[in-house]
Ligand binder design. Structure first.
Ligand code: AKG
Length: 234
């Protein structure tokens, strides 16, 4: 199979300094062979594993997150390898990643700006496969400013260019305060608002045509046991 993926010795060297704390962007976290292998595994999953949503489809691995915690299920080996590698970077403050969401976006598909919520706090990590995307960040609607129209455009803060095979780690303010989303476009134009432009090897004014992108969103979700879930206990 594929070569082992590269674990960066010093994550600090991958911090995106032009974004609020904390973003790490690791280009070429996995090799081309690993990317191909992961895509094969994603597309080998049985059809019922996919859930079609508007603008994307997804697979859920590791258990169904619930506000009280997750009834954990064993991850398949092809995902376990990556949850372990990323946990070894100490991305989850000593905890182990145990949940993976696989999202597939065709060109012109995306995801509305949203927060992931406190359950996954404080870290989300993403491996991108098959195509780049731009992940856009927004301030939340400010309820105290009800007289002023707050459009997506006026709340837009910055973007991150996620190249295929890269790893993104989001923590702290970037995770807790800002909403994130992906515009449903076929072509991205890079601007000076792309905070990791040089780390991702992009140039202002460059246009990038989207292909089908598969993202592996890897997190730690607190577990709950079935009895406690039924009794409403954590
Ligand atoms: O595909 C991505 O990189 C983002 C996915 C996401 O925001 C989500 O699943 O909540």
């Amino acid at each position: 199979m594929a070569q082992p993926c590269k674990v960066p010795e010093d994550l600090d060297g991958h911090a995106v300094k032009d974004a609020p704390p904390t973003v790490y962007y690791v280009p070429d976290f996995i090799t081309e062979a690993e990317e191909e292998y992961l895509l094969q595994q994603v597309y080998r999953a049985p059809k019922p594993k996919w859930t079609q949503l508007s603008g994307r489809r997804l697979q859920n691995w590791g258990g169904l997150p619930h506000p009280k915690g997750m009834l954990a299920e064993k991850l398949p080996d092809w995902l376990l390898k990556y949850t372990e590698k990323i946990s070894a970077l100490d991305a989850f403050a000593g905890k182990n990643a145990n949940h993976v969401l696989v999202n597939e976006y065709k060109p012109e598909e995306g995801i509305m700006p949203h927060e992931d919520g406190p359950l996954y706090h404080p870290t989300v990590t993403t491996i991108s496969l098959g195509s780049h995307t731009l992940l856009d960040f927004y301030t939340p609607v400010d309820e105290s400013q009800s007289g002023i129209p707050q459009t997506e455009e006026s709340r837009y803060v910055l973007s991150l260019l996620l190249r295929r095979r890269s790893l993104l780690i989001l923590q702290g303010e970037m995770y807790e305060r800002y909403l994130h989303g992906i515009r449903g476009v076929a072509v991205d134009t890079l601007t000076e608002r792309v905070a990791n432009l040089s780390a991702a090897g992009g140039q202002v004014g460059e246009t990038l045509t989207r292909g089908t992108r598969v993202s592996l969103t890897i997190r730690h979700v607190p577990k709950v046991c079935r009895a406690n879930l039924l009794l409403g206990r954590k």
